[in-house]
Design a protein around this ligand. Structure first.
Ligand code: NAP
Length: 301
């Protein structure tokens, strides 16, 4: 039995980062200023600290300025909004990332709404959500698009070229992943079905799909016999489960060992969609810096 071709997100992300670094160098040489990414972390969640640190480090490696704002877990909504407004007004900052989840006493919807849509490099501001929802098929994405969905779309574009007329099933309807992925596939002229926990006969639905995107948060949930032979499978899931050696390991939402026997192309976990998220954050920051300098949208992907 033939095995699916692996979609190497790690390699694609490295290439994207190199193109972003070249774009940063070009921007600085031609017009300046340096693209600037501000990260805001409230509290001391260890995983969030790691994410924020790695984003700042990568921004610096790609030639950007990075501004790291650490606020105590006791920060009030008013204090956090003040920081966001200061960053909105700072001309050296082109991208603002407020690390989610926020501590439970804070209203993240209000915080996301306060971010200048032109600096919303996570693409979660309702204005950018609306832009994506109303984007015409094939029109340039000249506004920030959520990073993980953008990464999925870049990998699909690279692997398949035109997706026009393909049937796509997106499992998951979160604002973070499922919905924006579905919007991007619709923009790419796919015929899209969004599935969720109330969907009937999910396995049968998946078997009709040329493209399956799994964004569920359940380890090995999508089985090999759900996949149409030759289909393309994008596994967004990141789940930590116990491993045989007593440690833990990362697996996706797709039973990889089964699906790889049936699919035409598939992303592994780790090394698939995961590395694309932070690379797309850098891509969005460069695009916003270009726009702030009055330069047109330029696809560096
Ligand atoms: P989420 O907000 O929990 O959404 C999960 C979605 O899956 C929901 O729409 C839910 O349906 C659906 N679902 C749950 N159980 C289901 C079932 N039995 N059958 C069908 N649908 C079901 O999760 P998320 O934030 O979208 O993240 C999804 C996964 O992607 C997670 O593993 C997360 O760690 C991963 N992730 C990875 C990256 C990356 O960088 N690669 C980034 C973000 C997220 P309902 O709406 O009906 O509840």
């Amino acid at each position: 039995m033939t095995q699916a071709k692996l979609i190497d997100g790690k390699a694609f992300a490295v290439g994207l980062q190199q193109r972003v670094a070249a774009g940063v160098a070009r921007l600085v040489a031609e017009r300046g200023p340096k693209p600037g990414l501000a990260t805001v972390l409230v509290g001391d969640d260890p995983a969030s600290q790691v994410y924020v640190r790695s984003k700042g480090k990568l921004a610096a490696e790609l030639g950007m300025a990075s501004f790291d704002h650490r606020l105590p877990s006791t920060t009030t909504q008013a204090e956090l909004l003040t920081v966001v407004r200061q960053l909105n007004a700072d001309p050296a900052v082109h991208g603002i990332l407020v690390q989610l989840p926020l501590p439970s006493h804070l209203d993240s919807a209000e915080v996301l709404l306060a971010i200048d849509p032109a600096k919303d490099v996570d693409g979660f501001h309702p204005m950018n959500v609306g832009r994506l929802a109303s984007a015409a098929p094939g029109a340039p994405l000249d506004f920030p698009v959520p990073c993980t969905p953008l990464g999925c779309s870049m990998l699909l574009q690279d692997a398949l070229g035109s997706m026009a007329g393909s049937t796509a099933v997106v499992i998951g309807r979160s604002n973070l992943v499922g919905r924006p992925v579905a919007q991007l596939l619709l923009r790419a002229d796919c015929t899209v079905t969004i599935a969720h926990s109330k969907t009937k006969d999910l396995a049968g639905l998946c078997r009709t799909a040329d493209i399956v995107v799994a964004a569920i948060g359940r380890p090995n949930f999508v089985r090999g016999d759900w996949i149409k032979p030759g289909a393309t499978v994008i596994d967004v899931g990141i789940n930590r489960i116990p491993a045989d050696n007593g440690k833990t390991k990362l697996v996706g939402d797709v039973a990889f060992d089964e699906a790889v026997q049936v699919a035409g192309r598939i992303t592994p976990v780790p090394g698939g969609v995961g590395p694309m998220t932070v690379a797309c954050l850098m891509y969005n920051t460069l695009q916003e810096a270009r726009r702030s300098a009055g330069l047109p949208f330029a696809a560096v992907a």
